[in-house]
Design a protein around this ligand. Structure first.
Ligand code: GLU
Length: 442
C-alpha cells in the first residue's frame, strides 16, 4: 500500500513538479489503502459462495506487478523521472485487460485496486478476459504534447516484455486518450517487429480502433441505467440527474439520458460545478467547458463545489470521477434513489453500508461502467480477425452484453437476497473461481 511506497513517491514528488499534487494525495491515501478498501466486499461474497480462506487469499493478491522508472527529457531540457506501474491481477479467464491511468494520485496501491476491479468487471460482463491495470504518477494537464509522447513511448518500451495480445492488453483510462494509445502501439510494434494492433485498445479508428469505442463507457452506463430504472420501477422521463465529473465518460451518458427525457441538474469537474434545478443542456455544457476550461459559470446555473453533485437533490446520481468520493462523511446526505457508479470505486465500504440502510439502490462500478472494456474486447476481436463491424453492429452487441450482465446480476441478487454490489461480486467471483478450478489453480 501507499504507506510502504511513501519514501519513493515522496522523493519523486519533491523532485518532480509534473507530479506536484502527489504530496497532498499521499497524505490522504496513506491513512487508508484503496486496495484494502477494494477487497472488503470480497469477504461478504466469500461467505455467500462458501469460499475457502485459501481462495480468498489467492484472489487478494495480484499475479504479477511491475514498477518501472521512466526518465524523460522535458521541453526545458531537464530530465525528470516518473514512476510507471503495470499490475496483472488475474489471468484465469483470459489475458489481463485494463487501462493505463495518468494522474498525480497513481501509486502501486491504487493500480492494484484498479486491476482487481478489472478482473471483477470483466467477469460480470462475461468477457474472456482477466484483469490488469497500469498507470504513471504524473499530471498530464501540466505536460506538453511532446512530453506526453516521450513519456508514453518510454512507458510502452519499459513494459513491452510484460504485456502481449494474449497476455495483457492495455487501453485508455483517466488522463489518457486514443492518441496516446497510438504512440504506445507504435513503440510496441517497433520492439516486436510485427503489426499487432491487438496489443492495445481504444486506439484511433485509422489504426484498428473500433467504431463506438469513444462513447462506449457512457453508452454501457446508459443501457444499465435503463435496465435499473425498469427493474426498480423508476421512470427515467423527467428524472433529475446529477453527475460528479464531466469528462470523457460522463459527457456521453449525460447526452443519452437527456435524449430520453432526463434533466441534468448538476455537474462538476476538477475545478468546480454547476447546478440548475430546471436542467442544463449536455452539449451546451461541453461547449462552455471547451471555451472557459470548466463547467462552472454555466449560464443560468448556481456555482457549486467539485463534490457537491453527490449531495444535491436528484433522482439519479452518477459519480463519474475518481475513487473514494462517497464516504462516511457525505453518504448520509445522498438524496438520490438510484446511484449509478460510472467511476471505478467511487463509494467506500463504510459509505456503501450507509447507503444500503438509507435504501439507495447502488448499481456497482463493475457492472455500470463495463461498457468501455466490452467495446475494447470487440476492438481486440476485430483486430484479431481483421474484419471490422459497423457502429450499429457494435452498439447492438454492446446492448446485448450490458442487458445480459444486468439481468444476470439482478437474478443473482434475488437468488441470494443481496444488494446489487454483492450480487455483481458473487456472479463475477463464482465465474472466476470456476475458471481457476478448471485450470487446477485452486
Ligand atoms: N479504463 C476502462 C475501465 O476502467 C477501460 C479498460 C479497457 O478498455 O481495457 O474499464
Amino acid at each position: 500500500m501507499c504507506i510502504r511506497e511513501l519514501p519513493v513517491t515522496l522523493e519523486g514528488a519533491e523532485h518532480n513538479k509534473y507530479a506536484s499534487n502527489m504530496l497532498q494525495v499521499i497524505n490522504v491515501q496513506s491513512q487508508s489503502s484503496v486496495y484494502e478498501k477494494a477487497l472488503e466486499p470480497l469477504r461478504e461474497t466469500a461467505k455467500i459462495l462458501d469460499l475457502h480462506e485459501s481462495i480468498v487469499k489467492v484472489l487478494s493478491e495480484p499475479e504479477k506487478t511491475l514498477i518501472v522508472s521512466l526518465p524523460i527529457r522535458m521541453d526545458d531540457g531537464q530530465i525528470e523521472v516518473f514512476t510507471g506501474y503495470r499490475v496483472r491481477h488475474n489471468t484465469a479467464r483470459g489475458p489481463a485487460k485494463g487501462g493505463i491511468r495518468y494522474h498525480p494520485n497513481v501509486c502501486l496501491d491504487e493500480v492494484k485496486a484498479l486491476a482487481y476491479w478489472m478482473t471483477l468487471k470483466n467477469g460480470v460482463v462475461g468477457l474472456a478476459y482477466g484483469g490488469g491495470k497500469g498507470g504513471i504518477t504524473c499530471d498530464p494537464k501540466k505536460m506538453s504534447k511532446a512530453e506526453l509522447e516521450r513519456l508514453t513511448r518510454s512507458y510502452a518500451s519499459a513494459i513491452a516484455r510484460f504485456i502481449g495480445p494474449n497476455l495483457d492488453v492495455p487501453a485508455s483510462d483517466v488522463g489518457t486518450d486514443s492518441q496516446m494509445m497510438g504512440w504506445f502501439m507504435d513503440e510496441y510494434i517497433k520492439i516486436v517487429g510485427q503489426s499487432l494492433p491487438s496489443i492495445i485498445t481504444a486506439k484511433p479508428l485509422s489504426i484498428g480502433g473500433s467504431k463506438g469505442r469513444e462513447t462506449a463507457t457512457g453508452r454501457g452506463t446508459f443501457f444499465v441505467t435503463v435496465e435499473a430504472a425498469k427493474a426498480f420501477s423508476m421512470p427515467l422521463k423527467g428524472a433529475s440527474v446529477s453527475i460528479q465529473g464531466y469528462g470523457k465518460v460522463a459527457r456521453p451518458v449525460a447526452q443519452y439520458l437527456y435524449d430520453v427525457g432526463c434533466k441534468i441538474v448538476a455537474v462538476s469537474d476538477s475545478t468546480g460545478g454547476a447546478y440548475n434545478a430546471k436542467g442544463m443542456h449536455p452539449l451546451k455544457l461541453v461547449e462552455h467547458k471547451k471555451s472557459t476550461g470548466s463547467v462552472k459559470g454555466f449560464p443560468g446555473s448556481i456555482e457549486i463545489g467539485v463534490v457537491d453533485p453527490i449531495t444535491v437533490d436528484c433522482d439519479v446520481l452518477i459519480p463519474a470521477a475518481l475513487e473514494n468520493q462517497i464516504t462516511e462523511k457525505n453518504a448520509h446526505e445522498v438524496k438520490s434513489k438510484l446511484l449509478i457508479e460510472e467511476a471505478n470505486g467511487p463509494t467506500t465500504p463504510e459509505a456503501d453500508k450507509i447507503l444500503r440502510k438509507k435504501g439507495v439502490i447502488v448499481i456497482p462500478d463493475i457492472l455500470a461502467n463495463a461498457g468501455g472494456v466490452t467495446v475494447s474486447y470487440f476492438e481486440w476481436v476485430q483486430n484479431r480477425m481483421g474484419y471490422y463491424w459497423t457502429e450499429e453492429e457494435v452498439d447492438e452487441k454492446l446492448k446485448t452484453v450490458m442487458v445480459k450482465a444486468f439481468t444476470d446480476t439482478y437474478e443473482t441478487c434475488k437468488e441470494h437476497e443481496v444488494d446489487m454490489r454483492t450480487g455483481a461480486y458473487t456472479l463475477s467471483i463464482s465465474r472466476l473461481v470456476d475458471a481457476m478450478k478448471a485450470l487446477g489453480r485452486i
